[in-house]
Design a protein around this ligand. Structure first.
Ligand SMILES: C[S@@+](CC[C@H](N)C(=O)[O-])C[C@H]1O[C@@H](n2cnc3c(N)ncnc32)[C@H](O)[C@@H]1O
Length: 269
């Protein structure tokens, strides 16, 4: 079945209140990984594609005090939450004016002027669109020559959990199959380089980000229950232990490279 990109009914995570909260928690939990050394220091106009509830927008505005963020997002409830949230963030305003705008728009058809941005950031959106190359092509069109784009994505093939749990792994494969069946791609992280190159970006670099949670950091493990795809697996596989049952080390979830790619459109001079 072909899915219209303007119809988000097949969107994997849905648009519940719980999901919106998850996006906020996820962004905070993974901030050290996702926002590590982003190349936006001298940039002024950043395009954030699939800006969701504004959770990444807040972090971008905090890290880069000179930047203005234009977030594009397809879903009204996400947009409303992003606007509500960002209005409460002190560093999202400057001299009484917002340093951001959130626009309702389909990422595959950006109604934005060519070369109107000097940076772009995409986080966990390409896994949800049927035509990621089309989104990246649109991004390239609206970027100035030489402007950096950062794409952060999943590579769900790398999930591992201990103790070995065939049921959890079957669940995980079913989850991935479901994402594919609704038009997404849980393995898009591995394809970012090819995708960026295919639409004309150059100087593509890859950063493979992993996280590994174990009993050395139980606090992190509990925080991780609020994160994205691994959370379902961790929750569903967490062993129930009674008092005095000390023979087991507990659970050791490991997970999930988010593959990040940095690229620039070739300079046209
Ligand atoms: C997993 S969320 C990530 C949100 C945000 N980037 C973050 O990291 O918190 C993906 C978002 O992309 C949006 N989205 C999906 N398809 C889209 C499209 N074609 N155009 C614009 N936004 C889209 C969804 O509505 C959702 O809010």
């Amino acid at each position: 079945m072909t899915q219209s990109p303007t119809t988000p009914t097949g969107y994997l995570h849905g648009y519940s209140e719980e999901e919106r909260e998850r996006l906020h928690r996820q962004a905070r939990f993974l901030e050290p990984m996702v926002h590590d050394r982003l190349p936006f220091r001298r940039r002024r106009r950043l395009l954030e594609v699939g800006s969701g509830v504004g959770a990444q927008t807040e972090i971008l505005l905090r890290h880069f005090p000179e930047i203005h963020v234009t977030g594009v997002e397809i879903n009204d409830a996400q947009i409303a939450e992003a606007r509500r949230y960002l209005a409460t963030v002190p560093w999202a305003q400057a001299n009484g004016n917002p340093r951001y705008e959130i626009i309702k728009m389909d990422a595959t058809r950006l109604d934005l002027d060519p070369e109107s941005f000097d940076a772009a950031f995409l986080c966990w959106i390409l896994e949800h669109v049927g035509e990621p190359a089309r989104v990246l092509s649109e991004v390239r069109r609206v970027l100035q020559p030489g402007a950096p784009v950062v794409c952060n994505e999943v590579l769900n093939a790398t999930f591992f959990i201990d103790p070995y749990s065939p049921d959890t792994l079957r669940y995980w494969m079913a989850f991935n199959d479901h994402q594919l069946s609704v038009g997404g791609d849980p393995f898009v992280g591995a394809k970012l380089g090819n995708l960026l190159q295919s639409v004309g970006f150059r100087d593509v670099t890859t950063d493979v980000k992993t996280f590994h949670l174990d009993n050395r950091a139980p606090a992190s493990s509990s925080v991780s229950r609020g994160t994205r795809t691994p959370s379902s697996s961790i929750r569903s596989s967490r062993p129930e232990r009674g008092p005095g049952d000390r023979g087991h080390a507990g659970f050791r979830p490991g997970f999930a490279p988010r593959t990040r790619r940095l690229a620039r459109p070739p300079s046209r001079d």
